[in-house]
Structures are given as structure tokens and as C-alpha cells.
Design a protein around this ligand. Sequence first.
Ligand code: MLT
Ligand code: MN
Ligand code: ZN
Length: 310
Amino acid sequence: MLIRILGAAAGGGFPQWNCNCRNCSDVRAGKRGFRARTQCSLAVSANGVDWVLLNTAPDLRQQINETPELGARPEGELRNSPIKAAVLTGGDVDFIAGLLNLRELQPFTVYGSSRVLATLAANSVFNVLDASVVPRRELPLGSPLTIEGAGRPTGLVIEAFAVPGKIALYLESSAPSDNYGSREGDAIGLKVSAPETGKHFFYVPGCATVDDDLRDRLAGAPLVFFDGTLYTDDEMIRQGLMQKTGQRMGHISISGPDGSIAAFEKLGVARRIYVHINNSNPVLDDNSPERRATEAAGWEVGYDGMEIRL
Ligand code: MLT
Ligand code: MN
Ligand code: ZN
């Protein structure tokens, strides 16, 4: 199985277009130790030919153009694409807006939870993906599904499962006691398997807390890509960027007693990689103490173009 991080940043990307925070201004200035990142997406292939996208970021056009494996094949038909399916883990803008880049009547399949498919159905702009060419299929929660695209199996099986999290920002209700209207299926994780080789990994780009169910699923996993939005829960408030904590946004932090480093400590996950990293996060500075602490804890900080072969 081939895995490639197309984008490792959270919504807004790194740098974010209107942000003059320390990190954003340093990466914009080309300071040593800083590397720009596009918004959160990953591509995976069982056979090295057909690819499945895990989330479709607004930056998808750029990501495809920077990834030769994802471009139209010179030996192929006049219109062709190795992208056979897109699997969505939530309705966030950074997860779904990239679908709009995939118009042009190219067959592939879109997979999402019933909640995410309802969001696509309610937003008519997504009808640029003609359903007779680009079918939408429901990802059941808790049962593995063979992923197909353009009428062919991709060699991948994906099991979606609900994780603690939140409905997309633009769909929030005003009821904090109801987790802003969040329901099961608004935040999901994926177990991605290639039955032919028996390899698998997990992709969990948005997650509010590691509960017992998630702990049981991830224990002993060979590879997990995980929500690395913030280093500390109040970092956006402290930096004067926004009056919201990570918990309010449905994101666990990296550090602290309730953070992901602590939660994974005894899980025996062989390889742990942060993705969906917000531009405020100090781990984006290769030389920061927070980056050193994260790596010392056995985690890697994902970057665009990072490739893994399982
Ligand atoms: C998030 O990950 O919390 C969202 O992408 C935030 C947003 O939609 O701006
Ligand atoms: Mn996001
Ligand atoms: Zn910033």
C-alpha cells in the first residue's frame, strides 16, 4: 500500500491567507525550519495505479499538480484520472470543498457518512459532480466496505467509525449542551486495509478525545495519522487569534494530561503521524521545544508530500 500526505495543515492551511501570526509570518518570510503546508488530505493506493483520496481539501488542484501519480496518464485516454474514489471524514470546508476541483465528467465515487452525504445533497453547488458520473455512496459506520471507483475495485477496504468530535462549523446550532447539533457520523475515523497484503492503517484527522472505543480500535496499530490541530487547548486564545479553545472546536490537543501524546502512550501504535495541523501550532517550527518534545514522544509531524509504503 502506498500512502501520500497531500496536505498536512488544518483548515486555512499554512500560511493562512489572512494570518499574520508568528508561524504564518515566518513561513511566508521563508525562515529556516518552516515549511508551508496545504489543507488536510491524504492519497492511498493498493496497486500504485488507482488512487483513493481521504478527504478533498480546497487545495486539491495544487495537490494533484504536485503529485505526478495523481495526474492524467500520458498513455491513457484523452480524459483520464488515476483518482477512483474520495472518502470524506466530515463536512468541514477543508474536507469537502476539493470535490469542486473534480468536476469535468470524470467517473469516480464519493463516499461519506449519511450525515456528510446529506450536507452535499443540501448544497446544490456539488451537483457540478453529475451523480450519474460521480455516484455518492454511504459509508456505513462500523462495517468494512470495499471501495470501488469507475466501475472497478480499488483493492482497498475501508471501515468508518464514529469518533468524538463536532459537526462542521457552518452547520453548528447554537446549543452548547447539544454539542452544537453534532450527531454520530459528523466526525469519523477510517481504518484503511489492503486485503491482498493484509496491511492496514488508521486516519483520524479530527477527534475531540480518545475514548475507550477509539483506544481499543487503535491499540497495536502499525500506523495512525491523527488530529494534530493544536499543541495546547488555549493556544489560539493566547495568541490573540480567536476566542475558542481546541475542545470548543472538537479537537484534542497534542500536549497535556488530556492530550494525544498522553492518550497514545500505552497504545503500542508503531508509527504515529500528526496531520490537520493548525497554523498556530508551535510544532510547525522544526526547531521549537514543542516540536522536540513531540518527536521525543515518538510522534512525527506530517508534511505535504510525505510518503509511506506499508
Ligand atoms: C475544524 O477543523 O475545526 C474546521 O475545519 C474549522 C473550520 O471550518 O474553519
Ligand atoms: Mn478542519
Ligand atoms: Zn497563522
